[in-house]
Every structure is written in structure tokens, then in C-alpha cells.
Write a protein that binds this ligand. Sequence first.
Ligand code: ATP
Ligand code: MG
Length: 395
Amino acid sequence: MERYVVVHYHEVGLKKGNRDYFENRLCANISKILSAGGAGPRTVRRISGRILIELAGDADMNDVRLRLARIGGIAYFAEAWNSGQSLEEMEQNAWDLIQRKPFASFRIDARRSQKTFPHTSVEVNQRVGAYVKERCGARVDLENAERTVWIEISEKYALMYTERTPGLGGLPTGTSGKVVVLLSGGIDSPVAAWKMIKRGCRAIFVHFHSFPYTNKESQEKTKQLAALLAEYQLQSKLYLVPFAEVQRHIMVDTPVETRVILYRRYMMRIAEQIALKERVRVMVTGDSVGQVASQTIENIDVISRAVQMPILRPLIGDDKVEIVDVARRIGTYDISIQPDQDCCSLFVPRHPETRAYLPDIEKSEARLDVAESMKQALDSVEVHQIALLQSVSSV
Ligand code: ATP
Ligand code: MG
């Protein structure tokens, strides 16, 4: 039997009436992530409601599994073998496959997508089931079988498999448009980015640093985070923005309690300019209500009003424990907890403002002369294009 991987995707994409677009993108994403590892698949194509990957002879299934588990849009996938379509061949091949591991109960779950196939799925289940039962005496259990042989009959294939691996869910990367994610070196913003990526968005990262007033660690961390997240979105782009001059103006001329809010409002303005240049329509942050002083409802309101562009906050209702959980699962946690000097912890007060009042903030801003520093910050951004690495991390 030849080796394949059968990929089933979430229905949610199909309901939108853009099934072709969704499926083609998923095929292209699968080709890309598998090819980055080396040999790549022989073919990746759509067959009636699923995607069929024909593996190269020497493909390493562990590597394939790691890669497919990363990308959005997959409900589950399975390493499959192709049998002939006659009942005799299916009986024999199902038996070969199932007896690779011991089991006490089993079931056969056949599905046919061409109605011209001469047998119904029930007939296939019964014939193949009886054949297996006769040879091993195991119990047939339709509800709670220890082992299942799935048989998918489509075109010239009778694809058989016994193990399904859950996919990430969500939507194929690239099908939901681009977003600009404000990426700090912290725990939250990479998780916020991942959630958007999982929903099919392509995240473009913007990081603000205060080098040379701080060291370069935060920039290194965001490069690592962007590279890790490229494993989910197939590529990453990272803007590093020097923010120290803007901060210096704010520090000199405004009340100390409102500094962080002012920093954030200027970050938003600069990020909005980058977003417009990238033809992106929304920005994303890792805020969660009440987590720190800058994230009270009042402050979130005042920060959001600095720009026209909507700001999405996918973690807004999440607890820190839930966020840390995801960060661990997706692999960003270990990078995020490395020590760094955050630009916003530079010269901030012990008791920051928790209820910013927009007219006061606007009055402070009116006194500032930062236009030139903002322009300079934008002119001296560093842009990094990060390609998918050859090896994927095994988180
Ligand atoms: P994180 O864990 O993402 O750093 P946080 O809990 O530390 O978040 P804040 O420091 O208040 O919270 O930051 C809130 C959000 O503002 C971050 O999630 C991020 O989206 C954005 N942000 C903060 N600092 C930076 C920065 N230096 N560069 C880019 N974005 C930033
Ligand atoms: Mg932070």
C-alpha cells in the first residue's frame, strides 16, 4: 500500500461560500510547511471534502505530524494507506493494518464519497468487520471501540487509517487578511498574535525598543518570537522601532503618573502608520482587563482614542493562568520569560494613573513637540523578514 496523509478540515470555512479559496489556500500552506523540511510531499490535492497528501517514500511521519499540527484550518489528519477498492482487498488490508497493535474491541468506519461505488458503507463495514472478527475474535463495538479502521472511498482510492491526530482548528493562515500586532517581549502579546494567526490572519509584528537606554535583549526576544510564530503562519515580518527619543520628550514634559498611557498612545500612532503602509486595517495588542494599571477600562479607552484604526484585544477576557497555559503549549513562554528591559518600565512611577481622563491627556500632548521624533522613529525602523525554518520545534 502507498503512504498518504488524509486531512479533514473544519466546516466553518465551508459555510462562507468561499470553499475553493479556503481549500486551495490550505493545500498551498500544507505544501509550503512540509517542503520547508526538505523533500516535501509528492502531491497535495483536494479530493471530495478532504485533502490528500501523497508522501515521498522517505518522509518522516513524526516531522510531518509536528508540522501539520501547527497550521490553522485542520480538524484532524491521519497517516493513511491506499488499498484497492475490491471488498477482498479491503478486507485483507484492514486486517494487515489493525493487527499492528493488540486490541480487544474494534469497529470499521467506511465512508464513500462517490455514490457510484457498488457497495454501501454499511456493506463495507459488515464485510470487512466480519473478516477481522473471524481472524482475531475481538468484539465489535460501535460506540467505544479500542481500535477503529477508517476507510474512505473516493475516486480510485480506498484510504485506510487507524489513528487520527487532532489539528489546530481555526482557519488556514492567509485567508483572513493581515493584522499588525504590537509585540512586546512579554507573555501576552505573542499569545494574542497566535490567536489571530489561528483564525487565519497573517500577523505583522511591531516592536518598540528604547535602545540605547536599554540593552538589545527585547529586540532579540521579539526576533525569536517572530521566528517561532512563523512556524504557525509560515513566515513573519517584524518591525523594530526605536522609541527612546519619543519617550524622552514625554518624560521631560508630562506628569509622571500618565507616562505609560502617553507612551502607549504614541506607540499606537506609530504602529498605525506602519499598518497603513502595509495596507492593514486593524491592530492587535495583548491587553487583558485589569491585568496591569495601563489595562483598566478607562485607560484602554483613552489609549484607543489616539488612533482611528480599530484595536483588537483577543486576550481581553482571559486570566493570566489561561494565557500562560497557551503560551506554554505554543512554545512562546520560554522565550517570553527570558529577562529583558522593557521600554515601558523605563522611568515609570510606582503608582501610575489607573483612570486616565482624556482631556487631561490631550492637554499634556498639546505641550509636546514630538512630530519630528516620531518621523525619525518611523524613518529608522528596522524590518526583518523571517522565513520558515528548516526544523520545527517540538512543543
Ligand atoms: P505583554 O505580556 O504582551 O508584554 P503586558 O501584560 O506586559 O503585556 P503591557 O506592558 O501593559 O502589558 O502591554 C500591553 C500591550 O501593549 C502588550 O500586550 C503589547 O501588545 C503592547 N506593548 C507593550 N509594550 C510594547 C512594546 N515595547 N512594543 C510593542 N508593543 C508593546
Ligand atoms: Mg509587557
